[in-house]
Design a protein around this ligand. Structure first.
Ligand code: DNO
Ligand code: MN
Length: 357
């Protein structure tokens, strides 16, 4: 397991890389050019700039999260071909600086969806929260306004240039069924995977978050059956997964440890976090500890260990603790604690394995 840490870039992330360096066992940053509009080709000098910053701290830049997919590709519009070409050029450039994994998602309109970014937990910390009833009643535009008024930095997936087109996008998606979305994903993959392979890059789709339809938008990367279907769309190692325990875990029927075993050789990137899910469909993000949420992080780590996982892993969202002023879900402290929990489990498993021999 190769531990990495998501970092939003110089001037865009409040956490200095010096501090990330103080978390044990982190070898790389998970990065992106967050200010480049979705669909555009990434400029090579900007990519090199990130490499230089990472080099200064001895971090690798092997994992990019995310090169986002333009809506026209998801919608299957004729203009998608140009955006797919841009995506290919970006893959080629990323490969030149040694990138190995590209995380992306295929969720219509929104990346993750929550109703509250700072919901208080019993211990006074706050975390991202999803309230099922609220989602049913609220107009998506209202939610976006409410959510965006709570933070000043741009959140990936919630970029202003995308949100301006929200009403139009919703209209366009009215015509798109789940089957259409599958076809549009296949069209994208059939063009992208050969380029990824040539460039020694693994594509790693992130599951939908939450793993069910929100605002009547189609959602497809949501459970084991659908992931099986996804992997067969282009049955090649370069067409792989970012297995996110917290996203999938928001559906209590998803057994993430089982998925780790089943999809072992196609998991290129592991997102590890916990959520507490309630019967009414609400869920809140918790600490990484197994006993704090509904996702059995211990079994998941055991599964990764059993398959001999050598891919990249990162702690996913954390809570906001110790009065840290941070980007929702992406503070330093709780993700640092998360990493130590994950290493604690991993090291124990390693030691036990050695002692067995
Ligand atoms: C949620 C997070 C996501 C993720 C993107 C990947 O679990 O990991 O925001 O970054 O969906 O494209
Ligand atoms: Mn994730």
């Amino acid at each position: 397991m190769r531990m990495v840490f998501r970092w939003f870039g110089e001037g865009n992330d409040l956490i200095p890389l010096e501090h990330v360096k103080q978390i044990p066992g982190v070898e790389g940053i998970v990065w992106a050019l967050h200010d480049i509009p979705v669909g555009e080709e990434w400029p090579f000098d900007r990519i090199e700039e990130v490499k230089e910053q990472a080099d200064l701290h001895g971090f690798n830049i092997d994992v990019v999260e995310s090169v986002n997919i333009h809506e026209d590709i998801k919608l299957g519009l004729p203009s998608r071909d140009q955006y797919i070409e841009n995506y290919k050029r970006t893959i080629e450039k990323l490969s030149q600086v040694g990138v190995k994994v590209i995380c992306y998602n295929f969720m219509p309109v929104f990346d993750w969806t929550r109703t509250d970014l700072f919901k208080e937990l019993e211990d006074g910390s706050t975390a991202l929260f999803f309230e099922n009833e609220k989602i049913k009643d609220i107009d998506p535009l209202e939610l976006v306004k409410e959510i965006s008024s709570n933070f000043t930095q741009t959140m990936p997936g919630w970029e202003p240039e995308r949100l301006k087109y929200l009403t139009k996008l919703f209209e366009l998606y009215q015509e798109v069924t789940e089957e259409d979305l599958w076809n549009n994903l296949q069209y994208f993959l059939e063009q992208i995977i050969p380029v990824a392979e040539e460039n020694n890059i693994k594509m790693a789709i992130h599951p939908d978050d939450p793993p069910f339809s929100v605002f009547s938008l189609p959602r497809i990367i949501i459970n084991k059956e659908n992931i099986e279907r996804f992997l067969k769309l282009v049955d090649h190692p370069a067409n792989g997964l970012t297995l996110c325990s917290g996203s999938l875990g928001a559906n209590l029927n998803n057994n993430v440890a089982e998925m780790v075993r089943e999809f072992a050789d196609r998991i290129h990137f592991a997102h590890i976090r916990n959520v507490k899910t309630y019967e009414n469909g609400d869920f809140i993000e918790t600490s990484h500890r197994s006993s704090d949420g509904s996702v059995d992080i211990l079994s998941i780590m055991k599964a990764y260990h059993d398959i001999g996982f050598t891919g990249y892993a990162r702690p996913d969202h954390g809570r906001h603790i110790w009065d840290e002023k941070c980007r929702p879900g992406y503070g330093l402290y709780d993700r640092g604690l998360g990493i130590m929990y994950l290493w604690g489990i991993w090291d124990s498993l390693e030691r036990m394995k050695k002692e067995e021999v």
